[in-house]
Ligand binder design. Structure first.
Ligand code: IPE
Ligand code: IPE
Ligand code: MG
Length: 251
């Protein structure tokens, strides 16, 4: 956790998770190849990352490539991989200057050696940074994350480090991606679909879910601000009554 990110007020999300959806449709509307939509999406991503970092948000987690996206046409997957390498190379140095710490979640071993090298380098370069943490979900799937955590738990039992009776939500959570951060307070999905698409299924249990029709390349600072304002208007109850929450707020 960062020391230099000021403690956020209750109305500001500490952690935002974003499904950046709609690049393909953005390109189709313009009679452009889908890859042009992904390229345009990078500009929107840069703007949102900068805004989040400026707003003193502790962590931003973006869905860049799902474990299911391998099922797309080979030409699109190749275009995305090339774009990832060029984007990481061009952007991470700038993010480092802005004190942003970059982390990747997902099964990186499936990527090419070149892409894995740029992922590892960007994490190393920004590891000591104390500003916002940017988590990039790449070849990530929520179910993979849970299975992976279960495997780690089973290994710990086999190695006699823990017993089955020690297994509870807290222990399982400690093996899940991003367990060192607060869970996402706010989930944003652009592009009009109202689904999680196997993103952070465990971590989103109590997130406020915000869906917007805007296609990702069109998602602007104003759209981001709207999502933050919407979040501020939510009453989070975590199973309690609205009355209890109001009483806790005055005390
Ligand atoms: C999201 O945009 C980007 C990735 C999945 C990599 P899409 O490519 O899914 O765009 P649509 O949903 O087809 O418009
Ligand atoms: C989710 O979007 C994955 C990313 C944004 C990287 P998809 O476009 O792949 O999701 P589905 O297939 O419409 O559910
Ligand atoms: Mg999509």
């Amino acid at each position: 956790m960062s020391d230099t990110v000021e403690s956020a007020s209750d109305s500001l999300p500490r952690h935002i998770a974003v499904v950046m959806d709609g690049n393909g449709r953005w390109a189709n509307k313009r009679h452009l190849p889908r890859a042009a939509g992904h390229k345009a999406g990078v500009n929107a991503t840069r703007t949102i990352v900068e805004n989040a970092a400026k707003s003193k948000i502790q962590a931003l987690t973006i869905f860049a490539f799902s474990s299911e996206n391998w099922n797309r046409p080979e030409s699109e997957v190749t275009a995305l991989m090339t774009l990832f390498i060029s984007t990481i190379t061009a952007e991470v140095k700038k993010l480092d200057k802005k004190n942003v710490r970059v982390k990747f979640i997902g099964e990186r071993e499936r990527f090419s050696d070149k892409l894995q090298a740029s992922i590892n380098e960007s994490e190393l370069l920004t590891d000591k940074n104390t500003g916002m943490q940017l988590n990039i979900a790449a070849n990530y799937g929520g179910r993979w994350d849970v299975v992976n955590a279960c495997k780690s738990l089973i290994s710990a039992v086999q190695e006699n480090k823990i017993t089955i009776n020690d297994v509870d939500e807290k222990l399982l959570n400690s093996f899940i991606s991003l367990s060192d951060l607060p869970e996402p307070d706010l989930f944003i999905r652009t592009g009009g679909e109202q689904r999680i698409s196997n993103f952070l299924i465990w971590q989103l249990s109590y997130s406020e879910l915000y869906f917007v029709d805007t296609l990702w390349p069109d998602f602007s600072t104003a759209d981001f601000d709207n999502a933050i304002s919407w979040y501020a208007s939510r009453q989070r109850r975590f199973g309690k009554t609205g009355q209890q929450i109001k009483e806790e707020q005055v005390s």
